[in-house]
Design a protein around this ligand. Structure first.
Ligand code: ADE
Length: 275
């Protein structure tokens, strides 16, 4: 996969690109990431990338010229009309709080593309002609306003690269993750895969522990040390349900609950009413 990032803060990406899975994916050529400094596509001596908004108002808006020219300098980019088709293998994204919210299924869609270009907005926004005529979608990483798209681009980079087959050591772990929707999980799980005891299937993940079994008087739950596989499976499901009920009750509405889940939820709720 080839990823291009257009930004006025190219140095921002030194950290995210140089560690862990992203670094390994780059070194093994699973992903090629190029950072482009938008100021290199300005023509005035101050290298101006922003201007005041038409119609008045607070703040500055990123000018269209450097962004269009930077994008046009990238080789092998399909025209926008092709990029918006169903079978598109490329996408040009504007990072914006007005965009579609990133979730695991959108990350999975991105992970099968051959090329992703991310345009990082700044200040009060980006000239709308970039979204209308150059990019094919706007993506937000959550319902809050950042000072720019760079954080968002780094988040997308990480979420997408770790879904590329071979990028994460243990591929099964990307299949088990909480936010892998049932449909997405099926797509990533080979048809003959054994039924995992820990596919969280739309729930938040269960808690994990490692050695020491007793740390400063805080013991690992007994069931994980001495329990049998069936007890561990049930404990994990119950703790995943407990966490989901506490932190993300909205997810429970989307999950198809089994009879066992309902039984466990009743146990959790009756325990909570006692506390
Ligand atoms: N730029 C500013 N806020 C943002 C957000 N929430 N997501 C993506 N880009 C942004």
């Amino acid at each position: 996969m080839k990823i291009d990032i257009l930004t006025i803060f190219p140095d921002f990406f030194r950290g995210p690109l140089d560690y862990g899975i992203i670094r390994r994916a780059r070194e093994t050529c699973l992903a090629e990431v190029n950072i482009h400094d938008l100021r290199n596509f300005t023509k005035d001596k101050h290298r101006t990338v922003d201007d005041r908004p038409f119609g008045g108002g607070e703040g500055m808006v990123l000018k269209p010229e450097p962004i269009f020219e930077c994008l046009e300098s990238l080789g092998d980019l399909a025209p926008r009309s092709e990029r918006i088709s169903e079978s598109a293998k490329q996408s040009v994204i504007v990072l914006s709080p007005q965009g579609r919210t990133l979730d695991q299924s959108l990350a999975a869609e991105f992970s099968v593309l051959e090329r992703i270009v991310m345009i990082c907005g700044r200040y009060e926004g980006v000239d709308e002609r970039v979204s209308e005529h150059l990019a094919d979608r706007e993506v937000s990483i959550g319902d809050y306003v950042l000072s720019g798209g760079e954080m968002g681009a780094a988040v997308i980079l990480d979420t997408v690269i770790r879904l590329i087959p071979g990028a994460v050591g243990n591929e099964a772990s990307t299949r088990q993750e909480s936010f892998t929707e049932p449909g997405v999980a099926r797509a990533l799980v080979p048809a003959n895969a054994p039924n995992s005891t820990c596919l969280s299937g739309g729930l938040l993940d269960y808690p994990h522990y490692t050695r020491p079994a007793d740390f400063r008087g805080m013991p690992v739950p007994e069931v994980l040390v001495n329990g049998n596989h069936e007890d561990i499976r049930r404990w994990r499901r119950k703790t995943a349900l407990t966490k989901t009920l506490r932190n993300r009750p909205d997810l429970l509405k989307r999950v198809v609950l089994t009879d066992e889940d309902r039984e466990l939820l009743n146990e959790i709720r009756s325990l909570q009413s006692v506390i």
